[in-house]
Design a protein around this ligand. Structure first.
Ligand code: HEC
Ligand code: HEC
Length: 277
């Protein structure tokens, strides 16, 4: 009881001192909140997970030297051709202009990549692919579809999202998702580095998501994540470290292959877990 009292007094003191409201649910995610109807939000997240799969498959195809297949994957799953299957026109109505534009940029970049890949020059294709991932990063930096008044990226009443719930608080989630966006930026930087044959850039990009990120995970989050999560998460950071080491010596094709393997980790984990209800 005494400790509890002390705890509240400390918070009260901190509040007086810093003028902050001590809410546990502070969501310091400053991105613009876009209120999509529930079904659409779910649909969007499913298609997002497929976006990441598509990038992974493209990297795999390129690693195999099959640029035609990479072009096909990009056009059908991310390019202008994919717009129909993503129900983009329905969704567009609910999006602010900037977000719509970011979406269009991504689809265009993917179609442009497909053309470059068909032309058959691998390095030029990687450069074009980097524009696609750049568009993913840009939209994620500006917008979110879950916010303070809609506590959830995956609402309780939704029965279609059966992924394991990590039960993160809003504040933990905000921080966790920010790390995830750094991971996406790392992938973007690595692809860009491969495209410009620039080991330094690969190393720099991979560093953000290596052991440094693993160490920075808050204790409270570590306590909430089950072993199965850590078994995927730990090796993911290690693979970024491996990229750093191998960037010094390996050729760009094998680095692309390693990046593709790394992305399997992203996909496996996204299929299994969600941040909260
Ligand atoms: C037009 C905007 C936009 C573009 C372009 C975009 N995303 Fe997203 N993405 C979002 C939003 C909004 C969310 C939900 C994020 C939130 O509310 O925190 C999201 C969520 C995700 C998620 C998490 C899915 C889940 O299960 O929760 C992944 C993975 C993802 N995006 C990958 C990608 C990749 C890869 C690309 C590029 C090929 C991409 N996104 C392009 C807006 C975008
Ligand atoms: C160990 C598990 C795990 C791994 C590995 C992982 N993620 Fe995630 N990621 C998550 C979870 C959980 C979410 C939140 C999904 C939700 O609640 O719908 C997420 C969300 C995201 C988002 C959405 C961010 C936002 O602003 O909402 C992006 C982008 C993302 N991940 C990219 C990646 C990339 C790229 C990789 C691989 C380099 C990766 N993730 C690896 C668990 C993981």
């Amino acid at each position: 009881m005494i400790t509890k009292n002390l705890f509240f007094k400390t918070i009260l003191f901190a509040t007086l001192l810093f003028g902050a409201t001590p809410t546990v649910y502070s969501d310091d995610d400053k991105r613009e909140f876009v209120d999509l109807p529930e079904m659409m939000q779910q649909h969007q997240l499913v298609s997002m997970r497929d976006h990441l799969n598509a990038i992974n498959e493209i990297l795999f195809n390129m690693g195999e030297g099959d640029l035609d297949k990479a072009a096909e994957t990009a056009e059908n799953r991310l390019g202008m051709t994919s717009l129909k299957s993503h129900h983009a026109s329905h969704m567009a109505k609910f999006m602010p202009e900037g977000m719509r534009q970011a979406g269009t940029n991504m689809h265009r970049a993917a179609s442009r990549f497909a053309l470059k890949a068909e032309e058959g020059d691998v390095l030029i294709a990687y450069k074009a692919l980097q524009k696609v991932t750049g568009a993913c990063v840009a939209c994620h930096a500006g917008y979110k579809t879950h916010g303070a008044n809609k506590s959830s990226i995956t609402p309780k009443e939704n029965k279609t999202d059966t992924r394991i719930n990590l039960g993160l608080s809003q504040a933990e989630k905000a921080q966790f998702l920010a790390e995830m966006r750094k991971m996406l930026s790392s992938i973007q930087g690595v692809i860009s580095g491969i495209g410009s044959n620039n080991p330094e850039q690969i190393i720099k990009a991979a560093r953000y998501s290596g052991n440094r990120m693993a160490r920075a995970t808050p204790e409270s989050v570590k306590k909430k994540t089950p072993p199965a999560f850590k078994e995927i998460g730990g090796p993911t950071h290690m693979m970024f470290e491996e990229l750093i080491v191998r960037a010094e010596t390996d050729d760009m094709e094998s680095l692309a292959e390693l990046t593709g393997k790394l992305m399997n980790q992203c996909i496996t984990c996204h299929a299994m877990f969600k941040a909260n209800e």
